[in-house]
Design a protein around this ligand. Structure first.
Ligand code: GRF
Length: 196
């Protein structure tokens, strides 16, 4: 079964959804390590609860990316854990060359909008402010851009009368927890086939 590492900065609800799918046997891939740029992130507590190696990696001096040394440490830990691919689950920094080159077309991300609409931060708030009739979430491969890589799957979430940014985001997260395990499974099943 393919092995994957998880990178996250927050509470880790998507990681929880992935581990639940793994535990009931529907993920077809195994989480083997959790890494975070935030020392007290909930996702690390969750990893420890599951008895997975769960490590804080100090990101260095930049706010939106990791230092090259931090990326190198993440690559080292992922390789040591023998991962086949990497899942970003609420990782709030932009991925740079070292990590991208170590796992080409092997890094997945989930973003809370119907990409290419509303890239960047708080996409659900952008959707409410733009007054669009529907929002959603997207799983995509990570490339050198921000939220620009090849789209692997999407779920639509209609806006309801009276929606706030918060109420919409709560429904988008429910959709994420269904979408991400489904797409990770499809991705894992295709790994090793000729075009992958
Ligand atoms: C998700 O909404 C995801 O779309 C975005 O970060 C959030 C992470 O949430 N990339 P969680 O930590 O998985 O709850």
């Amino acid at each position: 079964m393919p092995r994957f590492g998880v990178l996250g900065s927050g509470k880790g609800s998507n990681f929880r959804a992935l581990t639940e799918a793994f535990q009931v046997g529907t993920l077809c891939a195994q989480p083997v390590i959790v890494l975070s740029d935030v020392e007290h992130a909930g996702i690390l507590d969750l990893g420890r609860e599951l008895e997975l190696p769960s490590r804080f990696v100090s990101p260095g001096p930049f706010r939106t990316k990791m230092s090259p040394a931090a990326e190198a440490e993440i690559v080292r830990l992922l390789r040591e854990a023998k991962v086949d691919f990497v899942v970003l689950a609420g990782f709030m920094r932009v991925i740079k060359e070292l990590l991208l080159q170590a796992f080409p077309r092997r890094i997945l991300n989930i973003h809370p909008s119907l990409l290419p609409a509303f890239r960047g931060l708080e996409a659900w708030r952008q959707a409410v402010e733009a007054g669009v009739p529907e929002a959603g979430c997207t799983v995509h491969l990570v490339d050198f851009g921000v939220d620009t890589g090849r789209i692997l799957g999407q779920s639509r979430v209609p806006l309801l009368h009276g929606d706030t940014a918060e109420s919409l985001y709560a429904r988008i997260q429910i959709a994420e927890h269904e979408l991400y395990p489904r797409i990770v499974r499809e991705f894992a099943e295709k790994l090793g086939t000729p075009e992958n």
